[in-house]
Ligand binder design. Structure first.
Ligand SMILES: Cc1cc2nc3c(=O)[nH]c(=O)nc-3n(C[C@H](O)[C@H](O)[C@H](O)COP(=O)(O)OP(=O)(O)OC[C@H]3O[C@@H](n4cnc5c(N)ncnc54)[C@H](O)[C@@H]3O)c2cc1C
Ligand code: SF4
Length: 557
């Protein structure tokens, strides 16, 4: 049963953007109703990392915690790019013949529906976009420029770092800071140290990766214990997911009403073009809530879906869609990963995932991609992974190899810039419907020649540092073979021109004065592979402040 009225604002979605927006609105004195489609998780009981068979279990997926989806055109496996085919010593599940349609990855669109959204199983890399990412078109002729610059977000980056609890060392990375990181850096683990040393010999500068994981107690949360399982859910609550950071603080104001399991199905407009109410299904009952101020933060797939589902006789193209841009400009994750075994390396199964980063590994593609240490994210931290993916043989020989080589895996990941393409979009599929009878979202996403050329450079950079570290390659995987959706963007983008964008430079819909969008849909460009959550949070904090009538803090940059 939905609580009665009395709220000043409704926020849809409790992920990176929705959590940040809800807290900022509550902190500024507004009463907020937060509607979240998925369930609430309890970190202490829902992430059983110490249970037998832990290695076989990913992030839990209780009923209602995954959206139903459909896939359209994901491209084909071009025979000319066979050098970028995924492979593994243990056999590769996605391996398809050249020319076959590119499938979704084995985990598909793995984003979580729940209180905390996809921050529940994110790794917690906490990146600011590089200042050049906001003007990539001006600099390279590709993509579009953002309507804002780094200086507009800088104070909000600092605020997001404080609330989530980011640990970093502040070494130069081209991203000016008005304040030091709130927490000191984590020590690098054995794998990262091997990459720092090997990188230095081949001109790759590896450094501490800023991480939303506590290096000491902060904000009533304990320090990280380096269990290495961030993407399976953090049982300690030290990882900076939205549920234990923004939403805990928002609840403490006494002005937050959070309703898990509340699926918003449609937005309704009034005579003056504002959004007057949202239709919601909660606890099996269809209800409506008034929306004096509305923040839509359902992520880069469900936000455009809801706007398109809200089409009416007055708005046949959907809500906020006079430009026809809702759902277009979808950007997936351009990723590569190479893994191997390094003779003499020990202990690489321990530590903090993604502890080291190399920001600009390729002088020929500056800002186009970055590398990180990804042994733990790749799941190479348990004996089953070693036996299935890295080692050959059976029986006693396999056991002996496992004893000898456990802890010597080393993996390097790369994430690169994606430029919007007309073929890549989120649309509705009327013939495929979810449990509520509503058309599901269909993702189409095609890698351009530019993206594939960048992927080749990414693979080369990963292989180079691993070769220098002495690794025998055992496994490689990348976007060429499978659609990857870790970071997705662009389907309700911000811009100055209402004809080519959905929201204005603050995130307010060009078409509806009380509708704000504050999630990954807003991104006009993907950046150069930076992880997006800190930017999503900074955009949401800035939008919430503007919507509440507060001016932005003044940036020193
Ligand atoms: C495995 C993995 C690892 C990642 N690692 C990192 C990382 O290290 N660093 C980083 O910055 N990013 C990382 N990301 C990406 C990051 O998690 C996402 O970019 C981010 O969470 C997106 O934020 P959002 O607000 O756009 O959407 P989400 O966080 O996805 O939140 C959207 C919320 O809206 C809810 N919702 C959707 N539809 C409705 C509806 N109709 N009614 C009500 N509620 C609805 C959803 O249930 C969801 O909870 C990772 C992602 C994955 C999958
Ligand atoms: S490594 Fe640290 S942040 Fe990650 S799950 Fe373990 S305790 Fe949490």
């Amino acid at each position: 049963m939905m609580p009665g009225g009395g709220h000043d604002a409704v926020v849809i979605g409790a992920g990176a953007g929705g959590g940040a927006a809800a807290w900022q609105l509550c902190a500024l004195g507004l009463k907020v109703l937060l509607l979240e489609a998925g369930p609430a998780f309890d970190p202490a009981t829902d992430y059983p990392l110490t249970a037998p068979g832990w290695e076989r279990h990913g992030f839990p997926a209780p009923p209602g915690s995954r959206a139903m989806l459909s896939y359209g055109d994901l491209g084909r496996l071009d025979p000319a790019t066979e050098d970028l085919a995924s492979w593994s010593r243990g056999g590769f599940p996605w391996r398809l013949p050249p020319g076959a349609p590119r499938p979704p990855s084995d985990v598909g669109y793995a984003h979580v529906q729940g209180v905390g959204g996809s921050t529940l199983h994110f790794v917690g890399e906490a990146h600011r976009l590089h200042p050049d990412a906001f003007c990539r078109h001006s600099l390279t002729g590709q993509g579009v420029d953002w309507p804002i610059g780094y200086n507009d977000l800088e104070p909000f980056y600092a605020l997001a770092e404080e609330v989530t609890g980011v640990a970093g060392d502040g070494a130069p990375d081209g991203r000016p800071r008005s304040a030091p990181y709130p927490l000191p850096p984590h020590a690098l683990g054995p794998g990262a140290r091997a990459l720092v040393a090997a990188g230095a010999r081949i001109g790759q500068h590896w450094q501490v990766n800023p991480r939303a994981a506590l290096s000491r107690p902060h904000d009533d949360r304990p320090a990280c214990n380096y269990c290495g399982q961030c993407s399976r859910g953090c049982p300690l609550g030290d990882k900076g997911s939205t549920d234990v950071t923004y939403l805990r603080r928002a609840a403490a104001t006494g002005r937050l009403t959070l309703v898990p399991g509340a699926i918003v199905t449609r937005l309704r407009t009034g005579p003056n073009g504002t959004i007057v109410r949202a239709e919601v299904v909660a606890g099996g009952r269809a209800q409506t809530v008034e929306t004096p101020l509305l923040f839509l933060c359902a992520g880069a797939v469900q936000t455009p879906r809801l706007l398109l589902l809200s089409a009416s006789a007055d708005l046949p193209r959907g809500v906020a869609n006079s430009s026809g841009q809702v759902g277009r400009n979808f950007m997936e994750t351009l990723m590569w990963r190479s893994s191997g075994l390094v003779p003499g390396l020990t202990g690489s199964h321990r530590g903090l995932p993604a502890d080291a980063i190399c920001w600009a590994p390729d002088a020929g593609d500056p800002g186009g991609f970055r590398l990180n240490h990804t042994t733990l994210e790749a799941g190479l931290n348990g004996p089953i992974a070693y036996a299935n993916r890295l080692l050959a043989g059976h029986g006693e020989a396999l056991k002996a190899a496992l004893r000898a080589r456990f802890g010597s895996a080393l993996a390097v990941g790369a994430i690169g810039e994606v430029v919007p393409d007309a073929r890549s979009a989120v649309t509705l599929v009327p013939e495929r419907r979810d449990a509520l009878g509503l058309p599901v979202a269909r993702i189409s996403s095609v890698l351009t020649d530019t993206a594939l050329a960048r992927l080749r450079r990414m693979a080369a950079a990963c292989r180079a540092v691993l070769a220098e570290a002495g690794a025998e390659l055992a496994e490689e995987a990348g976007s060429r073979d499978a659609f990857t959706a870790t970071h997705v963007f662009g389907t309700a983008r911000m811009g100055r021109d209402p004809a080519t964008s959905v929201a204005d430079p603050l995130g307010c819909s060009h078409d509806h004065a009380n509708l704000w969008i504050a999630d990954a849909s807003l991104f006009p460009g993907s950046g150069g592979g930076e992880s997006p959550s800190l930017t999503i949070m900074a955009l949401a904090l800035r939008a919430a402040r503007a919507a509440a009538g507060e001016g932005p803090p003044v940036s020193p940059y």
